[in-house]
Design a protein around this ligand. Structure first.
Ligand SMILES: [Zn+2]
Length: 61
């Protein structure tokens, strides 16, 4: 495992880091919308803005 390359605490504000899914919503001109789940990310619990994108190999043993 290479989990250690992700910091346990935010280097910005010192808060705990948590795993979160990164998603956003696309709005189309005709009124439709589509929710897209993008890459999971390793984010600051206080959402100060610091995050690390988690690569898929993070989950591989
Ligand atoms: Zn932070």
């Amino acid at each position: 495992m290479n989990k250690n390359k992700y910091p346990e605490f935010c280097p910005n504000c010192g808060s705990e880091m948590i795993e979160d899914a990164w998603d956003y919503i696309d709005f189309f001109p005709n009124g439709d919308m589509q929710i897209q789940i993008v890459d999971p990310a390793w984010v600051c619990r206080k959402f100060c803005g610091y995050y690390v994108k988690i690569k898929e190999d993070f989950y591989q043993s």
